[in-house]
Design a protein around this ligand. Structure first.
Ligand code: OGA
Ligand code: MN
Length: 294
């Protein structure tokens, strides 16, 4: 396995590994070490089936089931419960209509976020496999929350060290004006709490834990919190911290949600198919239990 750094050291292309085949322990350790160093790994030419993608993901840790993440009902699902459907397709593989409620909800992916930060145990890695890509557009952008943290001034670092934020899908969708949630969805998507600064348990590096799912800071007036969080997010997503991935069919891109944010870019969503399938690794535990590292 070889790692070829891109975007500084933030991302890397990985060569010399076949993700369709079972991995040995050395390959698994190599991938984890690569993720701690780079935070985004790009594997080209990996024509995975769903079963192979799920098996590869399980090699790396506990898979997160896609249960309470979406407004898509069980009988509307196109993919198995181990996969998040990041396509513009319905359960019959037809393109979602422009005004489809599921499409409106999925547009939240256009906002910078960290996957499953709306859960009390948020995601560790996400693995996104490109099965069908549009003729133009549809890049995915990644921002390095370690570099963004490092670039903060000492006063800001001290101020945010122990802040706790509240995250919910209601907040991120609300930013786009999607607010017609059912009573059941409001319960399912109730806010959870996370540290604003988190520490990678292996490397000891700190990162900013930002996400569009944030709707407040505990103990702060909401507008003041949101203005501050927006300011931090603007600083953290400046071009020098961003890697923009232009997809090729059969790419698999893996990112560390603890150390990055990402967002989807536009494409012709109602006239071209983009079939992307995500598997997700569960995080180690609530960030609120993580001790600050001196
Ligand atoms: C995701 C996601 C962005 C994209 O898979 O979690 O946000 O470009 N994807 O589809
Ligand atoms: Mn995402």
């Amino acid at each position: 396995m070889r790692f070829i750094p891109i975007a500084g050291e933030f991302a890397a292309e990985v060569e010399g590994i076949d993700l369709c085949a079972p991995l040995d322990a050395a390959a698994v350790a190599g991938i984890h070490a690569g993720m701690d160093r780079h935070a985004v790994l790009v594997f080209h030419d990996q024509p995975l089936t769903d079963e192979q993608q799920i098996a590869f993901t399980r090699n790396l840790g506990k898979i997160e089931l896609n249960t309470a993440n979406n407004v898509t009902r069980l009988d509307q699902r196109r993919l198995s419960i181990e996969m998040s459907d990041i396509s513009n397709l319905d359960q019959h593989s037809n393109m979602l209509a422009r005004d489809d409620r599921r499409r409106a909800f999925n547009l939240g992916n256009r906002l910078w976020h960290s996957d499953s930060s709306f859960k009390s145990v948020s995601a560790k890695y996400s693995l996104l496999s490109a099965r069908i890509i549009p003729s133009a557009g549809g890049n995915t952008e990644f921002a390095d929350m370690r570099a963004a943290y490092d670039a903060l001034d000492p006063e800001t670092k001290a101020e945010i060290e122990d802040l706790i934020t509240e995250h919910s899908l209601l907040f991120s969708r609300g930013q786009l004006g999607f607010t017609d949630f059912t009573a059941e969805e409001r319960v399912k998507f109730a806010p959870v709490r996370h540290r604003l600064v988190r520490t990678n348990p292996t490397t000891g590096r700190k990162s900013l834990f930002l996400s569009s799912h944030i709707g407040g800071i505990v103990g702060w007036p909401v507008p003041e919190a949101m203005a501050f969080v927006r300011d931090l997010a603007e600083r953290a997503t400046q071009r020098q911290f961003v890697y923009a991935h232009t997809w090729r069919q059969h790419d698999l891109v893996m990112w560390d949600n603890r150390q990055t944010m990402h967002r989807a870019r536009r494409y012709k969503e109602t006239s071209e198919v983009r079939d992307m399938r995500r598997t997700t690794l569960e995080g180690d535990g609530p960030t609120t239990l993580q001790m600050a590292v001196a």
